[in-house]
Ligand binder design. Structure first.
Ligand code: FES
Ligand code: FES
Length: 158
């Protein structure tokens, strides 16, 4: 059954006509055209679909639209401000932390959630918290370095 539902994405409110059980990922990509968030497994196993919900990383493929109501959702498109990349985006570029790039938006959003809750993560904490995100190209070492670089730029010390 379709309902009119309001959600806030990247600071903009949207009125969506959809079944409340529709996945947030589907709404972001198909209704709002925010295709930076990727569809990977669809089963909360790969992290390609990671977004921030009220600052915490979440897998949008298993998040029903109804759960997003009243929250502030951030996608990869919402990180850059006034044409300037977010420090985590810049750090991924600077470290060359990608090959095919398919996982990267999800990785960056997961890293954003991590640094939001823990601005000074150790390498072990980074590895642990990023464990829900899979990179089939095996770019993990560079990604860890990118997150450490971003932590420093954003004020982290470790
Ligand atoms: S597509 Fe959501 S975790 Fe894989
Ligand atoms: S860069 Fe290819 S899947 Fe991660």
């Amino acid at each position: 059954m379709s309902n009119s539902i309001e959600i806030e994405v990247n600071g903009v409110k949207h009125q969506i006509d959809a079944d409340p059980e529709t996945s947030l990922l589907e709404i972001l990509r198909n209704d709002l055209g925010l295709t930076g968030t990727k569809f990977g497994c669809g089963e909360s196993q790969c992290g390609a679909c990671t977004v921030l919900i009220d600052g915490s990383a979440a897998h949008s493929c298993i998040t029903p639209l109804s759960e997003a109501v009243g929250s502030s959702i951030t996608t990869i498109e919402g990180l850059e401000k006034n044409g300037v990349l977010h420090p985590i985006q810049q750090a991924f570029l600077d470290e060359g932390a990608m090959q095919c790039g398919y996982c990267v938006a999800g990785m960056i959003m997961a890293a954003s959630g991590l640094l939001h809750s823990n601005p000074h993560p150790t390498e072990e904490q980074i590895t642990q918290r990023m464990g829900g995100n899979i990179c089939r190209c095996g770019s993990y070492p560079r990604m860890i370095r990118a997150i450490q670089r971003a932590s420093k730029v954003m004020g982290g010390t470790k």
